[in-house]
Design a binder for this molecule. Structure first.
Ligand code: 3HC
Ligand code: NAI
Length: 684
């Protein structure tokens, strides 16, 4: 069957695309659309055209897999010009998502109708590019610069109702099943008109754009867009739509598009797009595996993590029972959940009704027996193996058969926890990140005996609660914290050797991390897990805590803080560190930024390679997903493993060898060495 088919209903040519899964605008689709436009122009019986899609969505954009390959004509801009120049009016009938090239096709149409559940957007910027088929020139002409800029520069789609209000849609079709008929009726209706709106020829909506609009937008979004190159190109292209005639503006768009589509950031962001989808796939699970229903969730421990984890399920409409040891801990935990919801409602992000519904689904208890009928229980008690074992022993005796028993442990051995039950197949790690209601990452830790359905159910559940799930095998710290430890070890060593906390942090900030390790330590509190009565002043942390330098909360830690929490380097800290260095017989020296960067990041890549080698991660891109979604690794570098590919694996190995004396107990992964020697990459 052809990906584009046509039929004539009355005097309307109905053009239907069927290119699963998302009707991407690959070469065959473009050719089919071109042929359909020729048919429409040449057939006198045709008075109007409807373009629609079968399947789950209107065109979701250009076919991303074609990027970087030789172009195949007709190009998308040519197809869209043909649609716009069709002598008969063309109506786009939109359901699902009209994204990127898909929205550009719709903008080439003279009219657009959509169902209320549809979403329209130009997400190209998220792939490190800009709309390249006229989107930056036509959208502002149709909706004005103020509405077009955020859509193009942030890439976030707008819902159909909003699109209608901004003039992007001509009509909403309430009856979703009747979209095709309604679009045909609409086409028949407009067929008799003498003139039809042509997006590229409009100027009414951009005529009165204030000159400051672009700089104001740059300023307002500077933080969000920092480090990314494509957003600025998007802004420049929209500026061109206002300052240049269409024919010139479209050339500006083309030049920028060609430049960015071959750039490193775009390659990295495309890698991220496919990596996110690849992470959902577990190679050894059968496709038709049974997914267990999760209708009720139990959570043990209402502390920092328990509360955040609970909110994920409550927000998805799944009832939660939370169990604590003492009433005051339970009350505190439940109170924090309510406050978090209330604050979100105050900011207008959810309604009071949603707060009430979520809270009515939350039950607190001091009795484990109340968990008996849960389909899944997640343990989030203190990070101590003995306590975890006790908890799982108790759960084993209480939970119904077929319930999933999960631990949120950060480091501990999930196999050992599973062995404390008589049903290790039902035990799994669900490692959330703090704040658990916000962070997108969920590491799903597959124990040696975890049953396939349990794993598949956890993956599905992650999607339900809006998390990006990555499967990890069992090892100390799993994928994320194990690599973090490799970085932290070097940060501490560099400090002793003479690098200053602000210098180390700044190297990571410059790389694109939101925060460095010492800022992070100050934020979390240096006294986390530190006991005053046991402190012997033996470590830098001991001395900092003893001197009241416990982090932001005490106004000083590795840095000094003013009342607005602005940080400045501290001479006292430098002196304390120098004292420890002298005691250990180490001469401090000036250390350059390049060495700091290499010593922080190359050992992480090495640890990632070991993780791959040991089969802890399924694929290199899964490791990238962990660091992008859980630890703030900048997306435009693609994650640690993709970044290493770009830097060159032989460069990484050479760097590790060069710094070998300073990292005596680091073993270079044989996988890394092997790939470097063969000139291979981690990702493809
Ligand atoms: N090109 C190629 N493949 C695509 C694709 C695209 N534009 N969009 C999605 N796919 C693939 C996915 O890789 C996935 O493949 P897999 O099954 O082998 O893993 C499959 O289609 C299904 O995708 P999702 O799992 O993402 O399906 P969802 O239903 O969750 O989401 C969607 C659907 C919202 C359309 C989402 O896929 C999406 O956001 N797609 C990308 C949209 C986009 O970025 N469009 C702009 C492209 S660039 C462009 O148009 C340039 C132009 O201006 C010239
Ligand atoms: P927390 O100390 O804030 O909360 C633990 C809660 O568990 C306390 O309220 C305590 O009263 C309760 N508790 C202890 N034993 C119990 C028992 N036997 N029965 C019922 N309740 C019990 O600890 P936090 O930070 O929430 O950590 C919990 C787990 O999550 C740990 O395993 C930790 O390693 C892990 N984790 C923590 C992260 C963090 O950033 N805090 C991130 C990811 C995982």
């Amino acid at each position: 069957m052809s990906v584009i088919s046509t039929r004539i209903q009355g005097d309307v040519l109905v053009v239907t695309a069927d290119n699963p899964p998302v009707n991407a605008l690959g070469a065959a689709v473009r050719q089919g659309l071109m042929d359909a436009m020729r048919q429409a122009a040449s057939d006198d019986a045709v008075k109007a055209v409807v373009i629609r899609c079968d399947g789950r969505t209107f065109f979701a954009g250009a076919d991303i897999t074609e990027f970087g390959k030789p172009p195949v004509s007709p190009s998308l801009p040519e197809v869209i010009d043909a649609i716009e120049n069709c002598p008969k009016p063309v109506v786009a009938a939109i359901h699902g998502t009209a994204l990127g090239g898909g929205l550009e096709v719709a903008l080439g149409c003279h009219y657009r109708v959509a169902v209320p559940s549809a979403k329209l957007g130009l997400p190209e910027v998220k792939l490190g590019i800009l709309p390249g088929a006229g989107g930056t020139q036509r959208l502002p002409r149709v909706v004005g610069v103020e509405a077009a800029l955020p859509m193009i520069v942030t890439g976030d789609p707008v819902p159909a109702k909003k699109a209608k209000a901004m003039g992007l849609l001509d009509a909403l079709v309430e009856d979703e099943a009747g979209l095709e008929d309604a679009a045909i009726a609409f086409a028949q209706d407009v067929a008799g008109r003498s003139e039809h709106p042509v997006s590229s020829r409009r100027s009414d909506r951009i005529a009165d754009t204030p000159p400051s609009a672009f700089d104001d937008f740059r300023k307002a979004n500077a933080r969000r867009l920092k480090g990314f190159e494509a957003p600025e190109a998007c802004i420049q292209a929209v500026e061109a739509a206002v300052s240049q005639p269409y024919e010139e503006g479209i050339k500006t768009e083309r030049v920028l598009f060609q430049k960015f589509v071959t750039g490193t950031q775009s390659k990295a962001l495309r890698h991220v797009f496919f990596a996110e989808r690849a992470a959902q796939k577990i190679d050894d699970l059968p496709k038709d595996i049974e997914i267990l229903p999760i209708r009720k969730v139990g959570i043990i421990g209402a502390g920092t993590m328990g509360g955040g984890i609970a909110m994920n399920f409550l927000s998805a409409g799944i009832p939660v029972t939370m169990v604590e040891m003492k009433q005051d801990a339970l009350d505190r935990g439940m109170g924090i959940i309510r406050r978090n919801y209330d604050n979100t409602a105050k900011k207008g992000r959810i309604t009071q009704q949603q707060v009430d519904t979520a809270m009515s689904n939350l039950t607190g208890s001091l009795d484990y027996a109340d968990l008996a009928d849960c389909d899944l229980v997640i343990e989030a008690v203190f990070e101590l193996m003995d306590i975890k074992k006790q908890v799982f022993g108790k759960l084993d005796s209480i939970m119904k058969p077929g319930a999933i028993l999960a631990t949120n442990t950060s480091y501990l051995n999930v196999n050992e926890i599973a062995a404390s039950t008589g049903r290790p197949e039902w035990v799994i790690g669900l490692h959330f990140f703090s704040p658990a209601n916000v962070m997108r990452l969920l590491e799903i830790v597959r124990g040696d005996r975890t049953a396939p359905q349990v794993l598949a159910t956890a993956m599905k559940l992650a999607r339900t609660i809006g998390k990006v799930a990555v499967v990890s095998g069992v090892c100390h710290g799993f994928i994320g914290n194990r690599m973090l430890a490799a970085r932290q070890k070097q940060a501490n060593a560099l400090l002793m050797e003479g690098a200053k906390p602000h210098q180390i942090d700044q190297v990571l900030l410059d790389f694109g991390f939101p925060m460095g390790p010492f800022q992070m330590a100050d934020l979390a509190g240096l006294d986390l897990g530190w006991k005053e009565e046991e402190s012997k002043g033996e470590t830098i942390r001991d001395v900092l805590c003893e001197r009241g330098r416990r982090g932001q909360k005490t106004g000083k830690g590795f840095y000094d803080y003013d009342e607005k929490r602005n940080r400045t380097p501290s001479d006292e800290v430098n002196a304390i560190v120098a004292g420890f260095a002298a005691k250990s017989g180490k001469a401090q020296r000036d250390i350059g930024d390049d060495e700091i960067r290499e010593r922080l990041l190359f050992p992480m890549v090495n640890e990632g390679a070991l993780i791959l080698e040991e089969g802890i991660a399924q694929r290199a891109s899964d490791i990238d997903m962990v660091w992008l979604n859980g630890y703030g690794w900048p997306a435009y570098t693609g994650g640690p493993m993709f970044w290493a590919d770009i830097v060159g694996l032989s460069t990484v190995v050479a760097g590790l060898e060069r710094h070998g004396d300073a990292m005596p107990d680091l073993t270079i992964s044989s996988l890394l060495k092997d790939k470097a020697a063969k000139g291979e990459r981690f990702n493809g």
